[in-house]
Design a protein around this ligand. Sequence first.
Ligand code: GLU
Length: 303
Amino acid sequence: MSSAVIGRFAPSPTGPLHAGSLVAALASWLDVRARGGVWLVRIEDVDFTRNQPGADRHILQQLADCGLHPDRPPVWQSQRTAHYAAALEALAQAGQAYPCACSRAEVLAVLAQQGRLPGRGHEPVYPGTCRNGLGGRSPRAWRLRLPDDGGAPLQWADRRLGVQAQVLSTEVGDFVLKRADGAWAYQLAVVVDDAAQGVTDVVRGADLAASTARQIALQRLLGLATPSYLHTPLVCDARGEKLSKHLGAQAIDGGAASVQAALAALDIVLPLQPLPELLAQAVQAWQARWVRAAPDGPAPRPA
Ligand code: GLU
């Protein structure tokens, strides 16, 4: 069995890389380079309502401009839908996925009746309306039937954040695997592809830490290995909001200054210098922080 480290950067092509997404890209690249592994890029273009034409090529060029070159040709999720269909089919056959007829408005109406409307910034927890049948309504989406967790949290250890826990049944509910508009859900596609590509180490932005328990639950149901996870700090704008494409975050220019700023967000402060030297020093700093000091677990953070 090979023990090679395989990491990946998995951008959604909804716009160019900005300072926040570069941090995730760089961290995943550093983690692989610091451990002699293989770095992959996967374009997560399953959400056809949000894709921006040409953003995929633009992102690949921006990565190259920052000296981040994938070790294998990039993969586009839109080419891999047969694999998501097979995974959904396997879950459905095992009774672990079911069709759902509810619109978002209907879900919210049921939750309102139950006094369980989500707070600001939270997603509704599906009330299970279609768990035991559609009641004669037409199927729209597919949902995972969460195994009964009896209210027990699903726990996992993040290399930076430490032990994390989420009670999927009460905090998330039966989540969508295939949407009403036919798009494959991120949670299913990411799990199928991380496994298919043999990804051992996921390094990505901290906003996705909240998705990790869902992904681990899916891995277990599909009989797939769980990679290790490290969620990087988010980059915020002057108002304290997470940088995001839809809030109009600026595209990075590429080059050493962009990389230097992304390194600073990872607590790696280095003088501006030509890109190859900057990246080489950054690999050493990452190794000291996250690899050499941590043979069996998260490295102690410097005070
Ligand atoms: N495609 C996701 C995004 O751009 C990232 C997925 C992941 O790294 O798991 O936010």
